[in-house]
Design a binder for this molecule. Structure first.
Ligand SMILES: *[C@@H]1O[C@H](CO)[C@@H](O)[C@H](O)[C@H]1NC(C)=O
Ligand SMILES: *[C@@H]1O[C@H](CO)[C@@H](O)[C@H](O)[C@H]1NC(C)=O
Ligand SMILES: [Ca+2]
Ligand SMILES: [Ca+2]
Ligand SMILES: [Ca+2]
Ligand SMILES: [Ca+2]
Length: 356
């Protein structure tokens, strides 16, 4: 893990909500390494359940502007994501993968078309949303202990500071008496970002209170149109160097000089830039004019966008389509199981036909 924590894109402004949260949560937002990326969630989930996360399952970009490297696995596996861990038993993974294949193959012709994959992706995306709704119930209970169904900013602020190690009673007392809180600058900036987001999540007519549904859009902006726009604005603000509210390729990929320690790290950085360039030119900039606008980024990040799902489906098929018939057969999915599930199947070639 620690090898990944190299100096990062320092051009992201210190005021960046994503970066600051990232620092506080000790979450490395730079997913240069897929396998290491996975294990960060279980440990941080528990302590930070009341905090918006940098990474959102099934969303193409993270809050700090990094690409979500696990996106295609997330939309392929849905809530079964955790069942495919690196060290899970190959036989079990294989059986599960065969099961999934049979479900994705909706018309049962033993071949998965782009349309079938698109439909599957939309289904799995909905599953992530339902997971978020379920988790939000618990999170909301944690910030609304008296259960009256709404939370004030002050109540949330107390819970947030308590989760950062402050004494909850003391903080609550100070806030009640309008006394000044002594928090370090970093925490203060995060608080301000959270406050911004908090009031964004307060649907009109604004009553300064968040109910469970509003709290859901506070934690999961990806499923509310207004919050999606807000998230996009934040990301653009962080990456936009000339302040024109649009992104050029160079703004999108820029990395400061001299952050690279050795050749191996340099190679990872080169891959990183190459991937961002490809994503920018081929996917995000839909009208291919070299500029990514807020609208383009919003379309790109919207998990419910069916056109994106079809694109993703085609891309997933292209990766494993060895016989070039624009659809996936079971053999192809098993062979590329690491791409689809993150876990390798050594014996994919054996007994492939026993399921039929
Ligand atoms: C990714 O992380 C794993 C485990 O930390 C490590 O074994 C592997 O070499 C890393 N891969 C890259 C490309 O850095
Ligand atoms: C793809 O190829 C397989 C194996 O040759 C074949 O069984 C399947 O029908 C093909 N699917 C399509 C859609 O062409
Ligand atoms: Ca089919
Ligand atoms: Ca710009
Ligand atoms: Ca454009
Ligand atoms: Ca094929």
């Amino acid at each position: 893990m620690s090898s990944r924590r190299r100096p990062r894109a320092g051009h992201l402004r210190a005021a960046s909500f994503g970066i600051l949260l990232g620092i506080l949560l000790a979450v490395d937002g730079r997913p240069a390494n897929m396998s290491a990326h996975k294990d960060k969630n279980p440990s941080s989930r528990e302590d930070n359940e009341i905090l918006p996360q940098d990474h959102l399952n099934g969303v193409k970009m993270e809050m700090d502007g990094h690409l979500n490297k696990d996106f295609h696995q997330e939309v392929f596996l849905g809530k079964e994501l955790e069942e495919f861990e690196e060290d899970s038993e190959p036989k079990k993974s294989r059986r599960k993968l065969v099961e999934i294949f049979n479900k994705v193959d909706f018309n049962k012709d033993n071949s998965v078309s782009a349309k079938e994959m698109q439909r599957w992706i939309m289904e799995k995306t909905e599953e992530h949303f339902q997971e978020a709704v379920r988790e939000n119930k618990l999170s909301f209970r944690a910030v609304d202990p008296d259960g009256d169904g709404h939370v004030t900013w002050d109540e949330y602020r107390v819970k947030f500071l308590a989760s950062k190690g402050f004494n909850e009673k003391e903080v609550a007392e100070k806030i009640k008496n309008n006394e000044e809180l002594k928090v370090d600058e970093e925490t203060q900036e995060v608080l301000e970002s959270l406050k911004d987001r908090w009031f964004q999540a307060d649907n009109p007519p604004a009553d300064q209170l968040l109910n469970e549904e509003e709290f859901l859009s506070f934690l999961h902006p990806e499923h509310s149109r207004g919050m999606l726009k807000y998230m996009v604005k934040e990301i653009i603000r962080d990456l936009d160097q000339d302040g024109n509210k649009e992104l050029t390729l160079s703004e999108f990929i820029s990395l400061p000089m001299g952050t690279v320690e050795n050749q191996q790290a340099q190679d990872i950085d080169d891959d990183w830039v190459r991937e961002r360039k490809k994503e920018f030119e081929e996917v995000i900039d839909t009208n291919h004019n070299g500029i990514v606008t807020m609208e383009e980024l919003e379309e790109y990040m919207d998990p419910m966008n069916e056109y994106n799902a079809l694109n993703e489906a085609k891309q997933m098929i292209a990766v494993a389509d060895e016989n070039q018939n624009h659809s996936l057969e079971l053999e192809e999915i098993l062979k590329y199981s690491e791409y689809f599930t993150g876990s390798k199947l050594m014996d994919y070639a054996r007994n492939v036909h026993e399921e039929f």
